[in-house]
Design a protein around this ligand. Structure first.
Ligand code: HEM
Ligand code: FES
Length: 286
């Protein structure tokens, strides 16, 4: 067990858990999004303590030199003092200029026909999500979402755009991605995979450009530095934080795996739904 000092309090971190998991287990409102090293939303600076080998994976040399590390990857090898990184430089959120002059307008019969009225679209999306689910940077965002669900949702979203039929009943992109910290660079990276799939399935170049224009019209709804609250009408729902619940039936603690009996009050994380037993919750030391 290691001690992690954060904002003047000491938290316990087991050798087999990440610092992010230890913070969440102890009810700390700690920034994160992907939990797997892709988004860098969790970056902190280690003021004291050695870092594990992979704690700085994917950070540039400048950040490494500052002592930055990723708490979602870092399992402790030392007692540590950690602090948030001061934000400097350009923000993620500056939307890039639209990629092309090929403006997309819905409906788009030419596009729908080129996509085989659905058959080519289906093949493109199967190809695309197969690559996404095998991609180290993109796959973490899809934790808990089946590939089939991702394909079907995207198919209906695109079909509605191209045909004008009301077939898509999912979230609008702003809400669907509200918790995902996605940089312009990551957005472009995903787009390059999509463009490659479209070309491989024979979509003519002017339609590839039009597809890109459609996706880019959602860039400012998706690219961000930190999670947004989910909004339904005027109501904003919390994206982070914890609540407590008295269990009607027994459940297992997501941290230590011990059974939590019915009638016990446990803590859960609002977005992740992870449940913590009283022993795990109480590990923070004032
Ligand atoms: C790096 C960029 C992106 C990432 C990492 C990403 C990731 C995701 C993930 C993980 C989901 C599943 C959410 C869930 O079911 O809970 C999702 C859903 C969705 N995404 Fe993206 N996405 C990206 C860009 C885009 C773009 C450019 C579009 C097109 C405008 C788009 C359209 C959608 C739609 C329509 C859904 C379904 C929403 C629903 O389930 O109701 N995404 N995305
Ligand atoms: S939460 Fe750590 S990099 Fe995404």
């Amino acid at each position: 067990m290691y001690t992690i000092e954060y904002h003047g309090r000491n938290y316990q971190c087991r050798a087999d858990e990440t610092i992010l998991d230890a913070m969440l287990r102890q009810g700390v409102d700690f920034p994160f999004s992907c939990r797997k090293g892709s988004c860098h939303a969790c970056v902190h600076v280690a003021e004291k303590g050695r870092l594990s080998a992979d704690a700085q994976k994917g950070l540039d040399d400048h950040k490494k030199g500052e002592g930055c590390f990723l708490p979602c990857l870092c399992r402790p090898v030392d007692d540590m003092v950690i602090v948030p990184r001061r934000k400097t430089g350009a923000s993620h959120t500056a939307p890039a200029a639209p990629a092309s002059d090929h403006r997309f307008r819905s409906p788009d019969p030419e596009m729908w026909q080129a996509l085989g009225e659905g058959s080519v679209l289906s093949a493109v999306l199967t190809d695309f999500y197969t690559r996404v689910y095998n991609d180290q940077r993109l796959a973490p965002f899809f934790h808990g979402v089946t590939r089939q669900r991702a394909i079907e949702k995207q198919f209906l979203f695109m079909r509605q755009k191209f045909t004008g039929e009301k077939v898509y009943f999912g979230d609008r992109p702003r809400n669907a991605h509200h918790w995902m910290v996605i940089s312009n660079e990551l957005f472009d990276y995903r787009e390059s995979i999509m463009v490659d799939c479209l070309r491989r399935h024979g979509l003519p170049e002017h339609l590839v450009e039009r597809w890109r224009d459609l996706e880019n019209s959602f860039r400012s709804d998706i690219v961000k530095d930190e999670p947004w609250k989910r909004r339904i009408g005027d109501i904003e729902l919390p994206v982070a934080g914890f609540d407590e619940i008295t269990l009607d039936v027994g459940a297992l603690c997501d941290s230590c795996g011990q059974e939590i009996d019915a009638g016990v009050t446990a803590r859960y994380h609002l977005r992740l739904g992870t449940l913590y037993c009283p022993d795990c919750m109480d590990a923070a030391v004032a």
